[in-house]
Design a protein around this ligand. Structure first.
Ligand code: ADP
Length: 373
């Protein structure tokens, strides 16, 4: 019987696992939050991923559980594991992607380079940290943030007074404001049996807190940067016991240090380029890893790959018309759509272009994506 992989969450990451699952002969099943989600094609169950009974019923018919997002509560995950369900990544690893304070504490223990940080529970503690760090800092809600929500640059503690007032005994994370020259991401795939494969480090460009473009490999990355980023990724994957795809978001600083920003334990926007630009794309790799199958080669197929996100915008005409125009004008572009309504600012697809000239690839990917703007 085909191996059955259950994905919790019906978003675009689950959607993009469907094609590689078919190729691998994996029976992929999705627990979607509702009707009409991106991964509807593989949705075999609908319901709330926070409800143990719903998740348990879904898990009964699969061989391994994995995720489209990191929001399934620890209590639900631990109950599944206690009942003998294979969950990858497991709750012990996933907690570090669910809570930024827990992550910072663990990375400190592992000796991984990261920004100075502290847990602060009140205005005085936050102000003391800011005073020690040049009168500025980045305050983060430890849980539930994404795409820059839950991240605020502050110069006085009063600027985070509303978040501090809502804490109810918890703490906020505050970090030094890193003066970075660019942001990078390192991806690692790791199987339960321990095999790991590293992708080349990439450069990510964010706009308004949302990933806009990715260049793979990171332009100008010398051997030292590649080696350091990969070593950090491997150390985290192993140290935290990650299974499946791990993305480590990094800052590269003026003085050539590499600092860890945050972690994602699933396929990640920074790895979309690999669908078309690497021997094994991250969605196939994630499935192989969580199913404990031999991992694929992560070597790039071309010198450069560029990914440009398509955000919903005010463009005239239907999405299908724009898609057709982009395809007609840029046959070398691989355009991926998420089957979502094109609300302004929402990620609704992306374009991948690979080639031996970085400027050409950037130009084509942007031009294809511009059809949707
Ligand atoms: P999210 O979970 O919403 O993705 P992140 O923690 O990745 O939030 O932060 C979002 C963005 O904010 C980062 O991509 C980076 O541009 C900026 N940022 C986050 N932390 C810092 C920091 N310590 N110093 C400078 N910029 C930061």
């Amino acid at each position: 019987m085909a191996l059955r992989v259950g994905v919790i969450g019906g978003g675009q990451l689950a959607r993009m696992m469907i094609a590689p699952a078919v190729e691998l002969g994996i029976d992929i099943r999705v627990l979607a939050e509702g009707e009409g989600m991106s991964a509807q094609l593989a949705a075999t169950a609908l319901g709330d991923y926070r409800d143990l009974d719903i998740v348990r019923a879904f898990a009964r018919d699969v061989d391994v559980i994995t995720f489209d997002h990191e929001h399934v509560p620890q209590a639900v995950l631990r109950a599944l594991v206690a009942e003998g369900v294979a969950v990858h990544p497991g709750p012990d690893a996933l907690q570090f992607a669910q809570d930024k304070l827990v992550m910072r504490a663990r990375l400190t223990e592992l000796g991984i380079p990261q920004p100075d940080w502290a847990a602060v529970a009140n205005v005085d503690e936050l102000q003391a940290f800011l005073d020690d760090h040049g009168g500025k800092g980045v305050v983060k809600t430890p849980r539930g943030g994404y795409d820059g929500k839950g991240v605020r640059v502050v110069r006085t503690a009063a600027e985070a007074a509303d978040w501090l007032a809502d804490l109810e005994g918890d703490a906020l994370l505050v970090e030094e404001l890193v003066s970075f020259t660019r942001e990078l991401a390192q991806q690692i795939a790791r199987r339960p049996s321990g095999q790991m494969v590293a992708y080349p480090v990439v450069e990510t460009v964010q706009r308004d807190g949302v990933c806009a473009e990715v260049f793979a490999p990171a332009p100008g990355a010398g051997e030292r940067l590649m080696r350091v980023a990969e070593a950090i990724g491997r150390q985290i994957a192993e140290g935290l016991g990650v299974t499946g795809m791990l993305a480590v978001e990094l800052f590269e600083t003026d003085d050539e240090r590499i600092l860890v920003n945050e972690l994602a334990m699933r396929p990640h926007n920074s790895g979309h380029w690999s669908q078309d630009g690497a021997v094994t794309g991250q969605f196939e790799q994630h499935l192989r890893a969580v199913a404990d199958l031999p991992l694929g080669d992560a070597t790039p197929r071309a010198q450069w790959s560029v990914m440009v996100n398509i955000l919903g915008g005010p463009a005239e005409g239907t999405f299908e018309d724009r898609f057709e125009a982009a395809m007609a004008e840029h046959p070398e572009a691989k355009i991926h759509t998420y089957g979502k309504s094109a609300r302004p600012g929402r990620k609704v697809g992306h374009v991948n272009v690979s080639g031996n000239d970085l400027d050409d690839a950037v130009y084509t990917a942007r031009a294809a994506a511009a059809h949707f703007a």
